[in-house]
Design a protein around this ligand. Sequence first.
Ligand code: BG6
Length: 463
Amino acid sequence: MTHTFPKNFLWGASISAHQTEGAYQADGKGLSVQDTRPRDNHDITDFTVAVDHYHRYKEDIRLLSELGLNIFRFSIAWTRIFPNGRGEINQAGIDHYNDIINECLKYNIQPYITLNHFDLPQALEDEGGWSVRSTVDAFKEYAQLLFETYGDRVKNWLTINEPNIMLLVDQKILGKSIPVQEKYQQFHHLMMAEKYAFKLCHELVSEGKIGPVPNISLVYPASSKPLDNQAALYFNSVRNWAYLDFSCFGRYNAVFKDYLNQKNVTIEFAEDDEKMMKSHFPDFVAMNFYTTVTVEKPTKKDGMSDGISDQQSEDIMEWGFYKGYTNPNLQKNEFNWTIDPDGLKTTLQTLYDRYHLPIIITENGLGARDELTADGKIHDAYRINYLEQHLTKCAEAIEAGVELIGYSPWSAIDLVSVHEGISKRYGFIYVDRDEQNEKELARYKKDSFYWYQQLIETNEMPS
Ligand code: BG6
């Protein structure tokens, strides 16, 4: 049987600025929290050079056009536009993204731009980051400038990448742990910033569309024990629905509210927040999906822990509410992430059932240690297999009535992983460098490149 995707299905691939661009101080760029993040492992590379996409974007976009993409998801580095987060504008940064956008359009590739992907300006972080209200105001100023500058050509926007994962695995992504009261005040500010982005995009970009971009995956109970099911209810709310209920319904999820009460967290609202929350909504939901999570109810002997250390189930621990559980029914990749294509289908169905909005997958993919052969090939059959399994489930979800409008996996090109360096590769395009040696940063097409190219060309996937 062959799965045929809808005629207008959007085929894409995704990256973020700090994981690809490098040139971290070039042409007036300010420092972001990713540039200053303390590193616990110096055997892996930082983001200073990454894969030098900043200088090689023309070559990269030409390759993406050869791949056949009709959309390209990338993020803008806030610190190239406003080196200090707000105030003085850096024209070189504005020009750079104008060039990137025009280069995409030259090949008929529509940009899907993420306003911010984990790289808050350090200058704002120094003033308190997302814990203080003034960062929401700075974000408004930044979003407004982007919509005014690029909105004539860019019609599709994504707000803030994975605020849920950013707060859940703060130590790994931001390099510091955030106390629980502050964490959920940050939640409120991030979500309000997003509401302003919805409003501004709709006001400033003619025919503009915008969506949130959380990492969503269903949470399974470890067993049919009623208390395991309750643990799954809480973690589903804290990890998934709190964010999307705010974006799409304009309200705090009720289970999440109970969780906050039990943690003695009080959220400070500004005067207009209640009204803003209920007045501005997304046009679609963009969703990143890698794996599902399984939890159980902790027992006393599990001890106490304040946070969650990874998006992988086995590390999740929140005293009294849920504890990560290694799902014995799932295989793992070489970086210990479970693989669950059926979980993607269920997640898509659940999401669509809940919000009735079009969905686009803006991340999904396999991190692996690819090998470049002497004759310049990368035989990544394992990645093709992963993508094929997940896309089969996307096709099934569409057949089951889900309005899935596109698929933009992680990643277009090899990039530096959030905390596992360049050895963990996701791209369709291989970049020849390793952790210690940048070499020539030459680009090579992987076997998955040719596989995806054919899929895009035919719109069909044999199953
Ligand atoms: C997502 C992020 O959570 O996961 C990406 O949006 C990240 O920035 C991706 O690269 C894969 O995670 P990792 O840790 O393998 O880089």
